[in-house]
Design a protein around this ligand. Structure first.
Ligand code: 3HC
Length: 489
């Protein structure tokens, strides 16, 4: 029997729940939105009115369409109103005890044929299903923030899910205009396992003082083309949610990269949860970034390393005097690797600054322990003169972009190698769930497997973090001379 999903219930109308309710209503389904109390219900209604109001203001919806969408949603504080729903999805806080209590109630209230779904970010769907007398009809349906915009829905089945149900829920996701990726029940599923590990890594690097918040954000946005830097995204997701997801990941993996960075705990405890509280890593009242500095006053510049001629020519065109390393006031060492060894060999090592050009929009400006602040500032200015955004950082293996990107790519290879998800599914999940310009396997092909493998080796040598060691599959592919993981038989 194929189910028909016409009436749905959404329990919890916070950012995600309200977004999910909007998605169902836009697709023509009748929605009953449930919140715990009248005040929360009004906030939920406000989310829906605000979101559809913005679409109206942008001309994406007409007044009549908006009224029709809102007219399909009924608001209530009583779970009993879900008795005749065909599917109920919950988007309440990520606390297992809350979810278990809710599913026990839903199991009692909802008609026997109803499917119960959870939008949990990482908790065990199997455990949630086990609290009901219908574990075969419980699935995960994981949406991404902002739900009306992001195209991905992860459909999670458990060992007890009825045959065929995951496909029916995937078909429902397609009817909503989404792309489903079906996976088994593992902490963090595909996206959060890869994404939160990377976001947490960014927070750890921030705590370690590798680079400042805005530098790291700019590095990943402009250097990799991600829609948001890691701290802007953490603020969007919510630091409480991010913290909870990481705790669940850590509990399962015992991998210390999943242990939430202490700064997350601190901000959450301070009530700075991100956008929803008006402040997290970024605060609303903060003034904009510093204005670009004027042309730096530098006597003469020496440029060393691969690509030195091109950069020196650009600087000369901009009116700077170029000279040899011995004669110059500032020495720029173009390098993918730390430059301290080079600096230590110079008579005045405080003049040397490492520079790594990433893509065509940013340049990582690496200061060694010996670099003077004047030299670093001068090179930041030079970077702006040649039309790039400087990303200030310490002189560490792989600087910022590659230090964050390569472990993420390595994790994707491990995920594929574990048999959890297919290459195409992982690629589409990251593109459609997070708006990445390309999936991790596409990025690997573009960067070259050997480059990434070597970068991971350098990271491992620097930080001695076991999971930075190249995934055995990656190592083997490079050794075998295979150019793309897709070429595997
Ligand atoms: N609700 C509804 N629509 C929204 C919205 C919201 N909260 N925020 C943005 N939009 C719409 C805008 O109205 C606009 O629509 P239009 O194209 O029809 O005019 C469109 O999205 C683009 O928005 P903007 O022009 O304002 O801004 P951007 O182009 O910068 O896009 C973004 C904003 C879509 C959020 C983009 O920055 C992005 O894709 N960021 C990455 C988000 C991400 O990674 N999400 C996943 C997080 S992980 C998660 O949710 C899982 C959980 O379990 C933790």
């Amino acid at each position: 029997m194929t189910r028909s999903f016409e009436k749905v219930g959404v329990v919890g109308l916070g950012t995600m729940g309200a977004g999910i309710a909007e998605v169902f209503a836009r697709a023509g389904l009748g929605v009953t939105g449930v919140e715990a109390d009248p005040a929360a219900l009004e906030r939920g209604r406000g989310h829906l009115e605000g979101s559809t109001g913005r679409a109206l203001a942008k001309g994406r919806l007409t007044e009549a369409e908006r009224a029709e969408i809102l007219g399909r949603v009924t608001f209530t504080t009583s779970l009993e109103d879900l008795a005749d729903a065909d599917l109920v999805i919950e988007a309440i806080p990520e606390v297992m005890d809350f979810k278990r209590a809710l599913f026990t109630d839903l199991d009692r209230i909802c008609k026997p044929s109803a499917v119960l779904a959870t939008n949990t970010s990482s908790l065990s769907v199997t455990e949630i299903a086990a609290t009901t007398a219908r574990p075969g009809q419980v699935v995960g349906m994981h949406f991404f923030n902002p739900a009306p915009v992001m195209k991905l829905v992860e459909v999670i089945h458990t060992v007890t899910t009825e045959d065929g149900l995951a496909e029916e829920v995937a078909a429902l996701a397609r009817r909503l205009g989404k792309t489903p990726v079906s996976v088994g029940d593992r902490a963090g599923f595909v996206v959060n396992r890869l994404l939160l590990t990377y976001l947490n890594h960014a927070a750890v690097l921030l705590e370690n003082g590798l680079a400042a918040r805005d530098d790291i954000d700019a590095a990943m946005k402009l250097g990799v083309g991600l829609p948001m830097g890691p701290f802007t995204l953490l603020d969007l997701i919510g630091l409480d949610t991010s913290y909870e997801v990481l705790c669940v990941l850590f509990q399962e993996s015992r991998d210390r990269r999943h242990a939430p960075a202490p700064i997350l705990r601190e901000l959450v405890t301070a009530g700075l949860l991100g956008r929803k509280t008006g402040g997290g890593f970024h605060r609303e009242e903060e003034p904009g970034g510093p204005p670009p500095t004027a042309k730096p006053s530098v006597g003469s510049v020496a440029v060393l390393g691969e690509g030195a001629e091109e950069l020196a020519a650009k600087l000369a065109d901009a009116g700077f005097k170029t000279a040899s390393a011995e004669a110059a006031d500032v020495v720029v060492a173009l390098s993918r690797n730390p430059v301290i060894e080079l600096a230590a060999g110079l008579p005045r090592p405080e003049r040397l600054v490492g520079l790594h050009l990433v893509g065509d929009r940013i340049a990582e400006v690496a200061s060694t322990a010996l670099t003077s602040s004047e030299a670093a500032r001068a090179v930041e200015g030079l970077v702006r003169i040649v039309g790039r955004t400087p990303v200030r950082c310490k002189d560490r293996a792989e600087f910022v972009v590659d230090a964050l990107l390569y472990p993420y790519l390595n994790d994707a290879v491990r995920m594929y190698d574990s048999g959890y998800a297919a290459i195409e599914d992982i690629d589409s999940a990251m593109k459609l769930g997070c708006g990445y310009p390309s999936g991790p396997f596409e990025m690997l092909d573009e960067l070259g497997l050997e480059t990434v493998r070597d970068g991971l080796r350098a990271l491992y040598a620097e930080y001695r973090e076991p999971s930075f060691a190249p995934a055995p599959l990656l190592d083997q592919l490079v050794t075998a001379g295979v150019r793309s993981i897709r070429d595997l038989p």
